[in-house]
Ligand binder design. Sequence first.
Ligand SMILES: NC(=O)c1ccc[n+]([C@@H]2O[C@H](COP(=O)([O-])OP(=O)(O)OC[C@H]3O[C@@H](n4cnc5c(N)ncnc54)[C@H](OP(=O)(O)O)[C@@H]3O)[C@@H](O)[C@H]2O)c1
Length: 237
Amino acid sequence: MEPIEQHTGKKLCIVGASGKLGRYMVQHALDRGYEVVGVCREKSIPKLADYADRITIIGGQTNDREVIKKAVEGCDAVLTVLVPWGVQDYSSGTARAVIDFAKPDARLIFSCGWHITRDGRDKYSRLLKAQVAFARFMRITRLIDLDDQYRATDLIFNSGTRWTVVRGSDLEEGPSQGLPVWTRHVGDPVLESNMTRRTDFALFMVEAAGNDALVQEAPAIVGCQTPSALAHKQAAA
Ligand SMILES: NC(=O)c1ccc[n+]([C@@H]2O[C@H](COP(=O)([O-])OP(=O)(O)OC[C@H]3O[C@@H](n4cnc5c(N)ncnc54)[C@H](OP(=O)(O)O)[C@@H]3O)[C@@H](O)[C@H]2O)c1
């Protein structure tokens, strides 16, 4: 196994650290020598108990500007789990706070799904279109506001910051298969398998923090061991 590149002396903030993706990101970031600051809701702090003595934990709503201002101070990278919960602009409020308070040269990495499009050139299956339509309709419950995630990514795309928006496929649990492969557009054959291990989604987010080739890119990712990724690799070879 190759040694893991270390980023000792660099500080990285994870906004949404207590969720499934967030906790994987915490582990990958620690493995890479980052000093880690994690933000999560007060009630979710116990979910980070395993890391309590190794990271700084800041409790609060992620769209609370004061919380984010304190958390991102001095950070070289900020990794944000964008989630469209509720109807109080949770995604866009979080993104705006991160953009406003992170260091101007910080790497800003955001997570979302394939449904987000940067240039409108993604080709979506009928199933995905139906899922998006249903999720949008669910705003009626006031539990979720998918359009707010679109507003958040529009803010990011237009921010002029050193952003990367990582667009995840469907996710599954399981051991790491390695760094996912990516492409600029949903509908590209390499993505056909539409599956990524959640730990590898997190790995891509953390690795993106140290990869300037991904600045102002919106990679759509898929597991590197999926049939479509392997077929693409074989064809390329
Ligand atoms: N699930 C998928 O199949 C899928 C597919 C593609 C992309 N993604 C993307 O992957 C990222 C992570 O999604 P995930 O499904 O894997 O879930 P996850 O990692 O468990 O993250 C969910 C996050 O939402 C927070 N949260 C839950 N309920 C909330 C509420 N009522 N108010 C505020 N915050 C709340 C959680 O914080 P607490 O710990 O405080 O609850 C956690 O930080 C998202 O950006 C999503 O768009 C997911």
